[in-house]
Design a protein around this ligand. Structure first.
Ligand code: FAD
Length: 301
């Protein structure tokens, strides 16, 4: 399962409240997303607008440590290129190592909200593959400061992201697949996919990966639809399609409760088929609420 750090001002209990109901399913690991800074404009007393950089959901590393301590289960922090210099990334990885967190999901991250395209930090990593290279170098005992001698190698297991329906910036699937293969060749040990609602897309993606020579586990990402609004929001936010049968099932619902049931039923059917077809593990995007995931998991595990 993947959880989000709570909004600034909330405490760790909200995280435990999300995870507690799901622990009976014995998740082998719990992912914690990373949220980069956003720019907001605040009015000054003089009436001017002041641009401020804020992180609304800080705490990924602390939450991972708390999860491992509280539940004795592996926590996987998401680490991103955006907003970090390589030095800052190295420092963050050192913190993780000291905390005994030796799994990471290495991602590029998206553009800052209201910016048209992703721009790396000066002296930062540009693509996820660059981040993978940096972690691999630390696993070989090489730090950025070449004067650091005889360093203890870190032991990170590195996951990367994959997109059954293509990453929205990639010119085509073949190009995206080549970049994915390069991330694996660089040291990615497994792939977690973007959410999808049509299993055929996942199966086709796995087949294409295998043809490309990618042999690592490919973990399907799933999310139960719980509101009618998500029919518009999810395709826009994640560049994914929602199959017409699911759209029909949701549109004919009479109220919010029925929509939720239809979304959960769909996700249960997806999960059952994926397990039957041998998916290595299922990854649920909880998006901060465990109820729907619990309903699905109780039918599968
Ligand atoms: P990359 O692998 O770097 O790919 C980005 C784009 O560049 C692709 O189109 C790719 O084809 C292309 N590309 C790659 N390498 C090259 C190259 N060398 N030259 C030219 N083009 C290249 N975002 C967050 O901010 N925080 C999170 O916690 C988070 N968690 C996620 C978890 C999962 C499972 C997934 C699937 C996504 C997650 N994201 C998260 C979103 C992710 O950061 C965005 O989708 C981002 O736009 C791409 O990240 P990436 O790691 O796939 O990038």
């Amino acid at each position: 399962m993947e959880i989000l750090p709570p909004l600034r001002g909330n405490n760790i209990q909200s995280i435990f409240d999300t995870i507690d109901p799901l622990m009976e399913f014995k998740p082998p690991f719990i992912d914690v997303t990373y949220h980069r800074e956003e720019y907001v404009y605040k009015k000054t007393p003089e009436g001017f607008l002041e641009k401020k950089s804020i992180k609304k959901r800080p705490g990924t590393v602390g939450i991972c440590a708390a999860i491992m301590n509280h539940y004795n289960v592996d926590a996987v922090p998401h680490i991103i290129c955006g907003g970090f210099t390589k030095e800052e990334t190295e420092t963050a990885l050192i913190d993780l190592q000291f905390l005994g967190i030796d799994n990471v999901l290495a991602l590029r991250g998206d553009a800052i909200k209201n910016e048209s395209h992703f721009a790396p930090e000066a002296g930062g990593n540009n693509y996820a593959i660059d981040l993978v290279h940096q972690v691999v170098r630390m696993n070989q005992g090489q730090y950025l400061d070449t004067e650091v001698q005889n360093a203890t190698p870190t032991n990170f297991c590195i996951g990367v992201a994959g997109y059954p329906e293509k990453h929205f910036e990639a010119p085509n699937m073949q190009s995206d697949m080549r970049h994915l293969k390069a991330k694996i060749d660089a040291g990615g040990g497994y792939i977690v996919t973007q959410m999808f609602f049509d299993n055929k897309k996942y199966f086709a993606f796995v087949e294409a990966c295998r043809k490309e020579g990618i042999t690592v586990p490919i973990i399907p990402g799933l999310k139960p639809i719980t509101t009618r609004r998500q029919l518009a929001i999810l395709p826009k936010t994640f560049s994914v399609e929602i199959p017409q049968d699911l759209v029909d099932a949701i549109e004919k619902c009479k109220d919010d409760k029925a929509v939720r049931e239809a979304g959960i039923e769909w996700c249960i059917a997806q999960s059952k088929e994926l397990v039957k077809q041998g998916a290595p593990v299922l990854h649920y995007y909880t998006m901060g609420s465990s109820d729907a995931t619990k309903r699905v998991a109780s039918q599968i595990f």
